[in-house]
Design a protein around this ligand. Sequence first.
Ligand SMILES: [Fe+2]
Length: 243
Amino acid sequence: MGIFSFTKRIKYKDFTAINVDMHSHLIPGVDDGAKEVADSIQLISGLKELGYQTLYTTPHTLQDIHPNTHETLKKGYATLEGKLPQGINLQLSSEYYMDEQFINQLNEGTLLPMPGNRLLMEFSQISKPYDLEEVMFNLRIKGFQVVLAHPERYLFFHKHFDYYSRLKEMGLELQVNALSLTDHYGKGIRAIAEKLIEKDMIDFFGTDIHHIRHLPALKHVPESKFFTRLVDSGLLKNNTLNS
Ligand SMILES: [Fe+2]
């Protein structure tokens, strides 16, 4: 063993290489993220300190719990105008839950996609929606590119890892959560996140930040060898959103 074996070599000290965060809950009072403008500013300043410059923030649109519309989201976004830390570019999108309200907003043409007509989406963490493939097919036909939020958190996929390949075949892009590279959501979720990275299946990296208490945990994520692997893979598309 060489003398350097005990030295932990850290290649990335922060998130500068990722630059664009595309999953966060930074708009005050619209979901379970920031409550007040002051919380939003604290979270945004924290992300800036971690090395982020552009933030596509994605408050929940979830009919039964956070029934947001483009209007409620834009109104919340407007409350941050003129208050952002210098050098931060904050853009508005949403994390859409696959439900009836989503289909209505799709039909009305009132969704708030990211560049590339991308939609960050999630669905039930309890069971796979019976119409998942049909809805995803229809979104593709309509010209949307779906990014599945935190695929590692859907426990019913854990025993059917091959389904992640199926999701990719269906044209979905996969976004892993930064804190899934720690034990924040549990060891099972961490193991799946790491396996998805090892198999080069991840397209996007996001913080999914909701609370200020996520910041200290996020700070250590770049130390993970899976973070290094992901950044060095050249597969991350976060910067393609930076228009
Ligand atoms: Fe989220």
